[in-house]
Design a protein around this ligand. Structure first.
Ligand code: NIG
Ligand code: FE
Length: 424
């Protein structure tokens, strides 16, 4: 007999998203649908998934075990947001309003606004202020069904403030339920004080900040904004190679506005993922589709920046690329915390099927941050991260807009949200 301390009984539908990882091609249309399903966990891990009869034969409840009634609900893996710029201070409401008057995102950056505005605010914020901001954001994410979040630094752009951002992420990992995967992104922009001597900033990163971040294990991934107005292809290669030597895993922001070869470089260097790809070339699509590097698409950006152009998601999927979706949560180009909204943008603006979008927000997103062994699908042995939605069927995850259907969130075997409220 298997022991269980938490059971969800009789779910109308349970999507396991289980099977080979990462998911590509026709497998993207399989979500592992079970009906009238029971799922049980013990000490934070999943121990059973199946029908009631088998549950009664195989599972024994420990004393004090809890059974949640799943009737009328749809269950799926906790959502994985594999690309966010979580730890920043301030906001860019005024610049948003300037954009509505006709300024473009790049024009604002050229005026010393954009990322620089957020750098100023983040440097000024105390550690506690930054932490409170992040804690509230994580609560909102959890209420919307996100149970694992990747979090990038990149608004400090100096030794102290990059470390401050990563320390805040580390402290929050220990203090609240959402799992955090930290990424060092000191190469998000050249800070204003180094504009005239960009070489010195690159050397600061390579010789001082990156070794310290690795020594203290403050980040697992290294990410860089490869764009002609930010870091050139040559600079991206130099920084990425230095990061790999130090033991970081690699991600690259590439082809957001102008394609300069960042995607091809990411594949060549065996990056875990490459992000944005709104302006990826056909050569880039070709290379990426034959690689193990995940294409992390961020449909919130085209939407939020009101761009006509979108990442060629259908082409990438049809050619067998590993496609994941994420929020890119940040104050300038995607002020968006809900992964269900991302899933819907994936369907409505990138033309994914509902099943493809679900896999892109769960198991492939877990792959993009190397957490496929822990989360992203519901299978015995994995973390018991489950969300229960009040919907007639899983199709309504995309079909029903503008309402949060997440009733219950189980994170690592604990009920973190109940009746749509944090349990505290
Ligand atoms: O992923 N592209 C670079 N960085 C962010 C935007 C940062 C900002 O505007 O503050 C992004 O879109
Ligand atoms: Fe980003």
């Amino acid at each position: 007999m298997t022991c269980a301390d938490l059971v969800v009984a009789g779910l109308d539908q349970l999507l396991t998203c289980g099977g080979p990882v990462p998911r590509t091609g026709p497998a993207m249309r399989e979500v592992g649908l079970l009906e009238k399903a029971w799922i049980a966990g013990c000490q934070g891990k999943i121990v059973f998934i199946g029908p009631e009869k088998e549950f009664r034969e195989k599972v024994k409840l420990v004393e004090g075990a809890r059974v949640i009634d799943g009737r009328g609900l749809v269950g799926l893996p906790g959502l994985v947001d594999c690309h966010t710029h979580l730890p920043f201070a301030g906001n860019r409401e005024k610049e948003f309003s300037l954009r509505l008057q006709g300024y473009t995102y790049q024009q604002l950056a050229a005026m010393g606004l954009g990322i620089q505005t957020t750098v100023r605010a983040t440097r000024e914020a105390s550690r506690e202020e930054l932490k409170d901001l992040c804690r509230k954001r994580l609560q909102t994410m959890l209420l919307n069904g996100t149970t694992t979040v990747e979090a990038k630094s990149g608004y400090g752009l100096n030794f102290e403030d990059e470390i401050k951002q990563l320390e805040v992420v580390r402290e929050l990992e220990a203090e609240q339920p959402v799992s955090l995967v930290p990424t060092f992104m000191g190469a998000h922009e050249i800070p204003p004080e180094y504009r005239a001597e960009r070489r010195a900033y690159i050397e600061l990163l390579i010789n001082r900040v990156m070794p310290e971040v690795r020594r203290r294990r403050l980040a697992e991934f290294f990410d860089i904004f490869c764009e002609p107005t930010v870091f050139t292809l040559e600079e991206t290669r130099e920084l990425a190679e230095a990061a790999l030597r130090l033991g970081f895993k690699l991600k690259i922001h590439s082809d957001e506005f102008v394609p300069i070869g960042g995607t091809e470089l990411a594949v060549e260097l065996g990056a875990r993922s490459v992000e944005h790809l709104i302006n990826i070339t056909s050569a880039g699509v070709e290379k990426l589709s034959r690689s193990r590097t995940a294409a992390v698409l961020l449909p919130g950006v085209s939407f939020f920046l009101m761009m006509e152009k979108r990442a060629p998601a259908r082409e990438l999927l049809d050619r067998g690329a590993i496609v994941a979706l994420a929020s890119d949560f940040n104050p300038g180009s995607s002020h968006l915390l809900s992964m269900l909204f991302v899933l819907q943008l994936g369907v409505f603006t990138l033309r994914l099927t509902v099943e493809e979008a679900i896999n892109a927000c769960t198991i492939n997103a877990a792959y993009a941050i190397d957490r496929q062994d822990r989360c992203g699908s519901l299978e015995p042995g994995k973390d018991f991260d489950l969300i229960l939605c009040d919907l007639p069927s899983y199709l309504s995850l995309a079909y029903e807009l503008g309402r949060n259907p997440v009733k219950t969130v189980i994170k690592a075997g604990r009920v973190a949200v109940e009746d749509g409220r944090l349990t505290g």
